[in-house]
Design a protein around this ligand. Structure first.
Ligand code: OGA
Ligand code: MN
Length: 300
């Protein structure tokens, strides 16, 4: 068996590079456990040269839990990728052509450039996301990650106390609204999927004993607060959490697999020339383990 080694990037302590493992082959229990422990310790793990097919990516991902269906699959009929558990993070249409400037899927996908946590708009939000780079653009198109445990730890004490029990409302509609896409565009039949869900603003992780700020562009309100006041606090917290000292910027190589924990990190896509260069990434997403709003907070 190859020996897996995990080495943090010197500049960002919550992201690490893993070597000595081929994820496209079946793994043993110890290897899965080592990856889970690495995810608990860090929050972002980078693996190079993982030449996944859709099938091997799905098989690898299933070893970490139940997979989510991709949101695009639910909101739109047209699909390029066959499996519902694969989110198509690309600028291609079902025929494999670049999407034109006014394409509605292209425009909604721009929402990925807002800082977010995947599927925070679902009652049971995502645990890990696994993003495989199949084709990368010539320049641009980095993905940035922010360390939400460090963000929590460095809050002022009065702010920590002020948000300790806060509950937020998340909906895809709120993030889309920020880039000017109205709710109505999703049609009558999808309105139910835009209904806000409640999440804790501060999450506690019993495995590591650490707390994290659970922020996302999908947040539109803090329960019990006037809307503008809630939104301004969320904006302030996102600014705090995404200071450069808490951010790891991933510059992709083809066949990278990056795994992140949506409970302890946020992320965003960066701009690239998407009308000209192909960027084909495929994401599998592991379902979380429970409803965060019902989670109890251990004493700090
Ligand atoms: C995602 C995502 C960012 C990117 O796959 O969930 O937000 O850089 N991707 O494509
Ligand atoms: Mn995302």
């Amino acid at each position: 068996m190859m020996s897996l080694s995990i080495r943090p990037f010197t500049a960002s302590k919550f992201a690490a590079e893993v070597s000595g493992i081929d994820l496209t082959k079946p793994l043993c229990r110890e290897q899965i456990q080592a990856i889970d422990e690495g995810m608990d310790q860090y929050g972002v793990l980078v693996f190079h040269e993982q030449r996944f097919s859709d099938e091997t990516q799905l098989a690898f991902s299933r070893q970490f839990g139940e997979l989510e269906f991709s949101n695009g699959a639910e909101l739109y009929k047209e699909r390029r990728l066959q499996q519902m558990e694969l989110a198509d993070i690309s600028n291609l249409d079902p025929a494999g052509r670049l999407r034109p400037a006014t394409d509605h899927m292209r425009l909604t996908a721009l929402g990925n450039r807002l800082w977010h946590s995947d599927a925070s708009f679902r009652a049971i939000p995502a645990k890990y996301s696994l993003l495989s780079a199949r084709t990368i653009p010539g320049t641009g198109g980095n993905t940035e990650f922010a360390d939400m445990r460090a963000a929590y730890d460095t809050l002022d004490d009065d702010l920590k106390a002020g948000v300790a029990d806060s509950i937020t409302e998340h909906s895809n509609a709120y993030s889309r609204e920020q880039i000017g896409i109205p709710k109505a565009e999703y049609g009558e039949e999808n309105q139910i999927k835009l209904k806000p869900v409640r999440q804790r603003l501060v999450r506690y992780d019993s495995r590591t004993g650490r707390k994290s700020l659970y922020l996302s562009a999908h947040i539109g309100a803090i329960v019990g607060w006037p809307i503008p006041e809630g939104r301004m606090l969320i904006r302030e917290l996102i600014e705090h959490a995404t200071q450069r000292k808490f951010v790891y910027a991933h510059a992709w190589r083809q066949w990278d697999l990056v795994v992140w924990d949506n409970r302890t990190t946020m992320h965003r896509a960066r701009r690239y020339n998407d009308l000209h260069d192909v960027r084909d990434m495929r994401r599998t997403t592991i379902r979380g383990e429970g409803i965060t709003a019902e989670q109890t907070q251990e004493a700090a």
